[in-house]
Design a protein around this ligand. Structure first.
Ligand code: NDP
Length: 331
């Protein structure tokens, strides 16, 4: 264990103006926890982008090491479920928001937040999946729990080129569902088809205020966009269908009516990854190990250097990143 070690640190001055820098920190700068982890890989999620750019009040303790996800190796532990040498995954639980996070060589964490990394998923691949991909799996599980089967009809995926969207397309297609991808980047149509989308629609079809009920176009949806887009997805869902909602890339509002619920009996299924109980996380990660096509995962993810995290986080919030990014910390 070497210190000091490199970290990204978000600070706030007396006027509450936020600044971000890469600098060296030590173990004393990490918050309390019963498991010390050497971070092998991390990633950038939408929430990390919001934290680094300060575009939304994600960080609630200063100074903060951001980074909501890591895959790593346990160095020291007083938690009964983990011992030195164990390979773990951490997603969420306020890490990178209220508890010092993953953008550092080491993280001190609460063992109750961790899961053992499933055999068959490397640290690198775990972060190519990350919170975005694990949330896609939670959405798929929600649709399946609701009873939607491939033979019921197509599933629309909004924010298709994003992290949640691209993994959702891969998973649904692998499971035999027909997938309609909604995107603002039609130039990526071939990429989305290579992940398994059968039809590409322009997100402008869904992003403007729409009618309470529209033509029935899909049996269900996975929506990471919110606002008018989610309202329109609901209004175009077939009788008895279901929509899993997890995001707000367009906005946090939901300008919808009750008509899809009371005239078509459809269900809106909320999905949260941050505080999801451990059994759901273990189920989701176990299923990712078996249901995800790892060739597609490699096609939708790219590796960047630690020093590129800040610039890439800004690009992600600007909608300029396709799929997922991974940072290997070992080098
Ligand atoms: P990304 O930035 O990777 O993807 C978001 C995608 O949404 C973009 O790539 C773009 O896709 C689309 N998009 C962006 N801006 C707009 C807009 N104004 N109108 C319509 N579409 C837009 O983010 P993630 O996939 O990682 O996350 C997506 C959302 O899900 C975020 O809001 C995030 O906070 C949320 N989330 C929630 C979780 C939970 O626990 N509930 C967990 C993980 C994420 P395209 O270019 O194809 O149109």
């Amino acid at each position: 264990m070497q210190q000091p070690f490199k970290a990204i640190v978000i600070s706030r001055d007396d006027d509450k103006v936020q600044s971000v820098e890469t600098r060296e920190i030590g173990f004393d700068d990490l918050m309390d926890g019963d498991v010390l982890v050497e971070v092998e890989a991390t990633t950038i999620n939408y929430k990390d982008g919001l934290a680094i750019t300060g575009k939304a009040p994600v960080v609630r303790r200063w100074p903060m090491v951001p980074g909501v996800d890591c895959a790593g190796t346990v160095i020291e532990s007083t938690h009964g479920d983990f011992k030195a040498g164990d390979e773990i995954i951490l997603n969420g639980w306020g890490v990178g928001e209220t508890h010092t996070g993953a953008y550092a060589r080491y993280a001190r964490l609460n063992g109750d937040w961790l899961i053992h990394r499933p055999a068959g998923i490397s640290a690198h691949d775990a972060m190519a999946i990350g919170t975005a991909g694990y949330t896609s799996m939670l959405c798929v599980m929600a649709l399946q729990r609701y009873g939607l089967k491939p033979e019921d009809g197509p599933i629309v995926v909004t924010g298709a080129n994003g992290g949640v969207g691209s993994v959702a397309i891969s998973l649904l297609s692998q499971l035999g569902y027909e997938v309609i991808a909604s995107t603002g980047r039609p130039q990526e149509a071939d990429f989305l088809k290579s992940l398994g989308a059968t039809e590409i629609i322009d997100r402008n079809e869904l992003s403007e205020p729409g009618r309470p009920l529209g033509k029935e176009r899909w049996a269900g949806g996975i929506d990471s966009v919110g606002s008018n887009t989610l309202a329109n997805v609901l209004s175009m869902t077939r009788y008895g269908g279901g929509v899993a909602a997890c995001g707000l890339a367009q906005g946090m509002d939901l300008p919808a009516t009750v008509m899809p619920f009371i005239l078509r009996g459809i269900a809106l299924l909320g999905v949260d990854s941050v505080m999801a109980p451990k059994h759901l996380r273990e189920e989701a990660w176990g299923r990712l190990a078996t249901d995800l096509d790892f060739d597609k995962l490699h096609a939708l993810s790219k590796t960047i250097a630690f020093d590129d995290i800040i610039a890439t986080a800004t690009a992600l919030i600007d909608g300029k990143i396709r799929g997922r990014v991974v940072i290997n910390m070992g080098g």
